[in-house]
Design a protein around this ligand. Structure first.
Ligand code: ZN
Ligand code: ZN
Length: 396
C-alpha cells in the first residue's frame, strides 16, 4: 500500500481521536461534543472553520494556489441508539448509544486527511471538508444543503466514503451507477367498524381487510413491476385488536420499500394506494395510505466513480479494486449530495473483525451490530486516499 509517510507518522494521534469519538457516541443532531472537537482540531491545524450547517455540521476550508477548482470530501459524525456489547477500553461510555456504523472512523479519517492537506498543501484549488450530522435517519446531508452548503462552499464534485465489513482491508468498492437503495416508509390505516366477534356481519372487519391488503401488496413486486427492476417491499408491522371476542374498529399496517430508481418508487407507491384503497372499498372499509420517501437511491456519477477508482488503484493496486460492487438495499443520505452535485460514494473494506481488541462482543463485526468496531488500520489508508483524491481531482 502506498501510504503517505507523514500520515503514518501521526497515525496514533488520529487513532486516539477515533477511539475518543467511539467512547463518546452522539445520536443524530446531538453531535455537539463531536462537532466541537472537529472544529477544535481543524482550527488547531490552521484550517478555516464554519459551523452550524444542518445544526451540528462543520465545514473546513483549505485553499491553495490560484485555481478556481474545488472538491468536497464528506464524513458523517453520528452514532446509533444501540447498547454496545464490546468491553474494551474505548467502548461507549454512554448507555444505549454506540458508534456501530463506524462514523467515528469516517470522521477520524477525514481529520487525518485535513491535517496533512493543511500542512503540505499538495494541491491547487479549494478542498471543502464536510462533517455532517444525522446520517442515520435524520437526512443531515439534506439539512446541510438546505443551509446553503454548496452555495457557500461551491464543490465541482463531492465524494463520500463508508467502511464496509464485506470487503477486506485494503480493498475498495465502487459502482458506476446505483450503489444503495432508496429508503421509503409506508403506513396504511384500515378503518372498519367494530362489532361483537360472534356477530361480524354487524360491523366491518378491518383485520380481514388488512390481511388481504398485505397479500395484495406483494403482488406489486411479483406481478406488476418489471422483473428486472430491483425492489423490496417488506410489511414489518401489523397491529389490530385487543380482545378475542371483539372485531376492532381499525387495523394498522406499516413497512418499508427499497428501490434503485424513482420511476420504480413512483410505480410502487401508485399501485400501493390503489390496492389498499380499492381492497378496502370492496369490503366497505376505508384505507388511508401514507408514503414517505426519506432517502433517495444513492446513484454515483459514472465519470467520478471511475476517477475515484483510478485514484484508489494507485494506492492499493488494481487487484484490490472492485469497480462494480453489487448494490445493497441499505440506504444512505449521501444520495442527497449526489443529487445536488456530481460525485461518487464508495466503500473501504473494514475486514472480518479480526482487528478487534480483546473484550469485544461475541457478535459479528457487521454494521449496526452491538459487537462492531471500526478498523483502525483504515485510518492512514483512508486519510491517504482522501488526500490523493483531492490532489488528483483538483489537478484535472
Ligand atoms: Zn448506519
Ligand atoms: Zn453509516
Amino acid at each position: 500500500m502506498n501510504l503517505i509517510d507523514r500520515i503514518t507518522q501521526f497515525q496514533s494521534e488520529i487513532q486516539q481521536i477515533r477511539r475518543d469519538f467511539h467512547a463518546h457516541p452522539e445520536l443524530r443532531f446531538e453531535e455537539r461534543r463531536t462537532s466541537d472537537l472537529v472544529a477544535k482540531y481543524l482550527t488547531q491545524w490552521g484550517i478555516e472553520v464554519h459551523r452550524g450547517l444542518g445544526g451540528t455540521g462543520v465545514v473546513g476550508v483549505i485553499r491553495n494556489g490560484t485555481s478556481g477548482r474545488s472538491v468536497g470530501l464528506r464524513a458523517d459524525m453520528d452514532a446509533l441508539p444501540i447498547q454496545e456489547a464490546n468491553r474494551f477500553a474505548h467502548a461507549s461510555t454512554y448507555a444505549g448509544k454506540m458508534h456501530a456504523c463506524g462514523h467515528d472512523g469516517h470522521t477520524a479519517m477525514l481529520l487525518g486527511a485535513a491535517k496533512y492537506l493543511a500542512e503540505a498543501k499538495p494541491f491547487d484549488g479549494t478542498v471543502n471538508l464536510i462533517f455532517q450530522p444525522a446520517e442515520e435517519g435524520g437526512a443531515g446531508a439534506q439539512k446541510m444543503i438546505d443551509d446553503g452548503l454548496f452555495d457557500r462552499f461551491p464543490c465541482d464534485a463531492v465524494f463520500g466514503m463508508h467502511n464496509w465489513p464485506g470487503l477486506r482491508v485494503g480493498q475498495f468498492g465502487f459502482a458506476p451507477g446505483p450503489m444503495m437503495a432508496s429508503g421509503n416508509l409506508f403506513e396504511i390505516t384500515v378503518r372498519g367498524k367494530g362489532a361483537h366477534a360472534a356477530m361480524p356481519h354487524q360491523g366491518v372487519d378491518p383485520v380481514f381487510v388488512a390481511v388481504q391488503v398485505v397479500q395484495g401488496l406483494q403482488g406489486i413486486i411479483t406481478r406488476s413491476k418489471q422483473p428486472i427492476d430491483a425492489a423490496v417491499l417488506s410489511v414489518t408491522i401489523i397491529r389490530a385488536g385487543d380482545a378475542t371476542n371483539v372485531v376492532p374498529d381499525d387495523a394498522f399496517i406499516s413497512g418499508t420499500v427499497r428501490t434503485f430508481e424513482d420511476r420504480v418508487t413512483d410505480h410502487i407507491e401508485e399501485r400501493m394506494r390503489r390496492i389498499a384503497e380499492l381492497t378496502a372499498e370492496a369490503h366497505e372499509a376505508q384505507a388511508e395510505v401514507k408514503f414517505v420517501r426519506y432517502y433517495p437511491p444513492t446513484v454515483n456519477h459514472a465519470e467520478q466513480s471511475s476517477f475515484a477508482a483510478d485514484v484508489a488503484e494507485e494506492i492499493v493496486g488494481a487487484a484490490n479494486i472492485v469497480r462494480s460492487v453489487e448494490p445493497t438495499m441499505g440506504s444512505e443520505d449521501f444520495s442527497f449530495m449526489l443529487r445536488a452535485r456530481p460525485g461518487a460514494y464508495f466503500w473501504i473494506g473494514n475486514g472480518d473483525g479480526a482487528h478487534r481488541t480483546s473484550g469485544h462482543g461475541l457478535g459479528p463485526c457487521q454494521l449496526h451490530n452491538p459487537s462492531f468496531d471500526f478498523n483502525d488500520e483504515l485510518l492512514p489508508l483512508g486519510a491517504t486516499y482522501w488526500v490523493r483524491l483531492a490532489e488528483r481531482y483538483l489537478a484535472r
